[in-house]
Write a protein of this length. Structure first.
Length: 391
């Protein structure tokens, strides 16, 4: 039996997706209208978006806390500050971890803007079809780095996701034997893996700082933004990031240049929203849930890329295979994140709902009744302390 579970945090994931794609659309409009692609200006705007987004939500939390109102959108509010919980790590280690989170985010931007376009020269959809790397790397990092429980349905789903990933990589080469140079293809796969793994590193560090040091995530992205601006400024010593903008200022009319500035402002606004919802989804619901937007809509994108960009080598068999693989990946990733629960072979045993039901059952029993139960499920205690808030 299979049951579909709709959870509240899907709203936050949807917000991440919406802001991400609006921002992408703005980049496409700027590139097509003004014939420029100011990549490092986007980096500065993304960093400012981190600072602005984090600051805006943090101020909203403080006002909500003072008015003693219920925080409808970012529910944990300032509870950790009120309880005055102490850091597990030293302040130096906390700052160092935030720096590494910012560093990996910076590297991810470099890969996304300089390496991924090379992958798109092989296939427009390849990097997105490899997006399930993020849930594999996140699961492994959270299990062996943060001590998350690796349940039966997690192992089951990741095995199938891994098989689909392997078939995707092999098929891309087999269906393009005459066009793909093997060394170039291996390098493209390597860069794509690095792209998703760096995202995982940032997600896991942020999740750790929230879970173990009670650090407000919106303060966290503000500091990350400051670190990344410093890194960008150091790079600017060798590269002039505003050169293209200066050229357009001299060549465009006043109205056209104002239009460009407005588009860049909207890019900043979308970056603020994207970073706020992204870190909230990550620290409250976990890196695996956050990774869903890296691959979930691939079946739709595959159709667009095939008919509009002649992707998949214009081969219908390759397209159908990729579509089936993408749907299988989506299904098993939903099983992993418990949006779909399979009631077979004990795959539902360690899901949130099953653990909650067992906890309620044992709470109603006396100690003598519990002692008479042959198999007392100790995971009630351990799992309930590790579960993310699903309300």
């Amino acid at each position: 039996m299979i049951k579909l579970k709709l959870r509240r945090h899907m709203f936050y994931l949807l917000a991440v997706y919406i802001f991400s794609n609006i921002r992408l659309s703005i980049k496409i409009v700027i590139q097509s209208t003004y014939k420029i692609s100011p990549k490092f200006i986007y980096l500065y705007l993304m960093n400012l978006g981190q600072i602005f987004g984090g600051l805006t939500v943090f101020i909203y939390q403080k006002k909500t806390s003072k008015k003693k109102e219920t925080d409808k959108y970012f529910g944990f509010s300032l509870i950790y500050n009120k309880h005055q919980l102490k850091f597990v790590d030293s302040q130096f280690k906390v700052v160092l971890l935030i720096f590494f989170a910012a560093f990996f985010d910076y590297i991810e931007f470099i890969l996304a803007n300089f390496a991924i376009p090379e992958i798109k020269s092989i296939s427009e959809s390849l990097d997105q079809r490899l997006g399930c790397i993020s849930i594999i790397s996140s699961s492994l990092a959270c299990t062996y780095g943060l001590g998350f429980k690796f349940a039966k349905h997690h192992k089951f789903s990741l095995i199938f996701v891994g098989i689909c990933l392997f078939i995707t990589i092999i098929s891309e080469k087999l269906f393009n034997l005459d066009k793909l140079i093997l060394t170039k293809y291996i390098l493209a796969i390597f860069f794509s893996i690095c792209h998703y793994v760096t995202i995982t590193f940032t997600d896991v560090i942020e999740n750790y700082l929230f879970d173990y040091n009670y650090l407000n995530p919106f303060k966290m992205i503000m500091v990350e933004g400051i670190f990344e601006i410093i890194m960008s400024a150091l790079y600017s010593l060798y590269y002039l990031p505003f050169y293209e903008l200066k050229i357009k200022y001299e060549s465009l009319s006043t109205g056209e240049f104002i239009g460009l500035i407005i588009l860049l402002f909207f890019y900043l606004f979308c970056s603020a929203g994207l970073n706020a919802y992204k870190i909230y989804s990550n620290v409250i619901y976990g890196p695996m849930a956050r990774s869903l937007m890296d691959y979930f809509l691939n079946p739709i994108f595959n159709i667009v890329y095939f008919f509009k960009y002649d992707d998949f080598n214009k081969n219908y068999y390759f397209f159908v295979e990729s579509e089936i693989l993408s749907l299988i990946v989506d299904f098993f990733c939903c099983v992993h994140n418990e949006y779909i629960v399979i009631y077979y072979c004990g795959l539902d045993h360690d899901t949130r709902d099953a653990i909650d039901l067992r906890a309620i059952r044992y709470e109603s029993l006396s100690l003598d009744e519990i002692d008479n139960i042959d198999e007392f499920e100790e995971d009630i205690i351990t799992n309930n302390s590790e579960l993310k808030d699903t309300n």
